[in-house]
Design a binder for this molecule. Sequence first.
Ligand code: HEC
Ligand code: HEC
Length: 388
Amino acid sequence: MSRHSPRHWLFVSALAGGLALGCTSEEVFPSADELELLQSLHSPTRTPPADPTNRYEGRPEAAVLGLRLFKDPLLSGCGTISCQSCHDGEGRTVDTPVAQGCFGHVTGRNPPTVINSAYSTWYMWDGRADRLWNQALLPLLSPVEMASSPAILRARLSEAYTAEYQGLFGKTPEAETDDDQLLANFGKVIAAYERTLVRNDAPFDQDVRRFLAAVDAGTQEKDPAYLGLKTFVRKGQCAACHKGPMLSDEQFHNIGVRDDTEGRRGVATGADPMLTWAFNSAGPYSDAPIGAESTRLQRLRSDLTSKAGELEGAYKTPSLRNVALTAPYMHLGEQKTLLDVVELYNKGGEPAGQFAGQVSVSIKPLELTDEEKHALVVLLESMTGAAP
Ligand code: HEC
Ligand code: HEC
């Protein structure tokens, strides 16, 4: 007789008795490691962590100017597109897979939300920017987004914001003859505004706190969040990447999203120009002490070589906070609903060959039951915070 016989017997008798299956033959949830992971998931700080590379981020007058610039289409080369054109509404994004920029162009990827963006440290799906303020320069100058230039920026700032600009930077936009300095200042003001777009305190946080108390009391199996959290942490392996208070590890992974576009190699090619960019966080326009930011960039640079296989076709793990507000999903926006996302994970990503590289080791067919899929969707929906 094999040593598994007693479990088989339990399984059969549970079937015969019509009892719920699943708990009899596996370890109690959460294990010590899983408990630690669960404790990491809830209650982010009320304000995003400081960005030492932007000395204007905490200045209220910078945030006020930043909001005005965020909404101003006259900063664009076509005169009709502002940041808000693609980052609007409750979810601060569009509800289509891609968005329309200047002169009828469309973006190559799905716009993420700008809510809670100041909690992040890599930006764009492929890590093309490493701080919130330098991110803002990419859409401003991109020919398919705002199609602007330093000259257009200077002219518009002089026309409508001279006093505000001078108050912050000590000279008029006209007198700022260094194009790069002007661009960096623009980015820092925008970031000061974006930093105020915080939306946390979700039902999810209360659920996790209550669940942790139930674990202490030994009653967690009766908790309404039990199946969702267990599937998220154990069977789905979601918390391998979606962890910490923002439900993101701030790393890049290949999860097997169909992609035959030019940018399909993700961070493997996307981050390269950023590493030598004059506007990166270790460059001359950063307000951080010299050297302080370069460690992070050096680590990414060496990962791109030493972990080249893993980072091929890898994209940034997005925060799952407020995810119910930002359909459609993934970097190309090809998944319409949260259930579609769960189904994609359930099959272990798309078949090899439909995207660059190979899926991460945590991505494999999950064999979720309908009940578990539903519990995951409910859990994802609960991650939306109260409107500020
Ligand atoms: C035409 C549409 C469009 C416009 C205009 C636009 N964006 Fe975006 N935004 C996008 C898309 C698409 C992405 C993702 C691009 C990528 O990763 O390749 C994005 C990404 C971002 C991100 C990164 C979020 C993250 O978590 O990585 C931020 C922040 C952001 N935009 C802010 C801005 C700001 C500030 C402006 C104005 C200066 C702006 N956007 C203008 C479409 C737009
Ligand atoms: C190996 C790391 C990893 C694991 C495991 C993982 N994710 Fe993700 N998740 C990512 C990455 C990376 C993306 C973005 C991928 C892309 O667009 O190419 C993503 C995207 C998402 C999105 C879309 C968010 C948006 O704004 O578009 C949702 C929802 C999501 N994951 C939920 C889950 C759930 C639920 C599980 C468990 C079943 C899970 N993830 C497991 C890394 C992971």
